[in-house]
Design a protein. Structure first.
Length: 393
């Protein structure tokens, strides 16, 4: 009874504290769970080896640099250059601009893409604007290898690019659902206040794509994957400063604004929680419970992300539960993909998802109006995943 109670309390602590600080929530949840269920020496050893694990520290360092790239693109005006030169049809602009902004892990990023959507005119309802901002802001990052997919695939011990290829067909379906439900009725072209500047369009696109391209090239070499990733994002940050004509002295204010240490600590916290969880007796108790793989990776996954408004946190809870209950051999790339997308669908309509909250506020609508607009493609997405799971699992 004590084991179950400690596990439930640790999840509640994580969910509650994560509303203010995800990294702190993961550390508190992991240490509480370990303190109740493990000898203090074992907890110390697990914590110590997590903190000095070379692969985890390198991964965390790379993830910490990524928001600096996003902040640099924004501060230098390169992202504005890109958006301002998207002289296309309104529906293309409305889908593309928040999708590009979604690639940059900028705190409060939904508030940066929302004003861009407003340029499309006043004939679009507030709840439609909100749904477009949320759906398309997150749809491209679903397959972006330097977004949430990176730490999640690392947790599952899958290659991020392999996972990306498996996710891609489902990404296409979800994109088309968003297009059909949100963008298709919108007609007309975007205003063209100035002549198209190809250079200002292509430079920021080149910077955004450079990190995964360099990472892929370096993966061919004998370099450790985490070193290749750290090298790739570091080069991309340098390119951001060079093309953005930013001076070295601007790095410190950028660091203060973007707070990269938070992203670093989130990765450390995720792996600490995973290792503590796997070391406790909870794993044995979970294996005695009766539930199907489909129920865990779709229903529980979607519910956890809906309740927490997070992606990495539910994945860090779901993976050890799955491994304990069904075994490593059953945790295939298809299982991971279905779990990951289920988490993403619940996350996109979660009332505690910060992007949902600020978008609803910005466009002066209500959460329920947004849900009325977005529930149908979300349900279709879950049904599609359930059918897929019946076929392949």
């Amino acid at each position: 009874m004590q084991t179950w109670l400690s596990f439930i309390i640790s999840i509640i602590l994580i969910m509650f504290i994560a509303r203010k600080s995800l990294w702190l929530a993961l550390f508190v949840g992991a240490l509480f769970l370990g303190a109740i269920n493990l000898p203090y020496r074992d907890l110390f050893v697990i914590t110590h080896f997590t903190l000095i694990d070379q692969k985890i520290v390198l991964l965390a360092s790379a993830v910490g640099i990524i928001p600096l790239i996003g902040g640099g693109l924004q501060a230098s005006g390169l992202m504005d250059d890109l958006i301002n030169n998207l002289q296309v049809k309104r529906r293309v602009y409305l889908g593309f601009s928040p999708a590009l902004m979604g690639l940059l892990p900028i705190p409060g990023g939904a508030l940066l893409s929302a004003p861009m959507l407003n340029r499309s005119g006043k004939d679009i309802s507030p709840e439609t604007y909100t749904a477009i901002n949320i759906w398309f802001r997150h749809i491209l990052i679903l397959i972006y290898p330097l977004g949430a997919l990176l730490p999640c695939s690392k947790m599952g011990n899958f290659n991020v690019y392999t996972a990306m290829m498996y996710i891609f067909p489902i990404f296409i379906v979800l994109f088309l659902l968003g297009y059909f439900f949100f963008l298709h009725p919108i007609k007309g072209d975007m205003p063209r206040p100035h002549k198209l500047n190809i250079k200002k369009l292509l430079i920021p696109l080149f910077i955004i794509l450079s990190a995964p391209i360099i990472h892929t090239i370096l993966n061919i070499t004998p370099l450790m994957d985490e070193i290749a990733l750290l090298t790739a994002v570091s080069i991309t940050l340098i390119l951001t400063f060079l093309f953005g004509k930013m001076k070295p002295k601007e790095l410190l204010p950028l660091v203060k604004k973007m707070k990269p240490w938070k992203y670093f600590l989130i990765i450390i916290g995720i792996f600490l929680f995973l290792r503590v969880f796997q070391a406790t007796a909870i794993t044995d108790k979970i294996s005695l419970l009766t539930f199907s793989q489909n129920f865990l990776i779709i229903i529980i996954a979607g519910t956890l992300s809906f309740v927490t408004g997070r992606v990495q946190l539910p994945i860090s809870i779901l993976i050890p539960i799955f491994l304990t209950k069904f075994g490593v051999d059953q945790f295939t790339i298809i299982v991971f993909v279905i779990m990951y997308i289920s988490v993403y669908l619940g996350y996109m309509i979660s009332p505690v998802h910060p992007c949902v909250t600020v978008s609803v506020e910005y466009f002066k609508t209500s959460y329920w109006q947004f849900v009325k607009k977005a529930y149908m493609p979300t349900i279709i997405g879950f049904v599609m995943l359930f059918i897929l799971s019946l076929i392949v699992i």
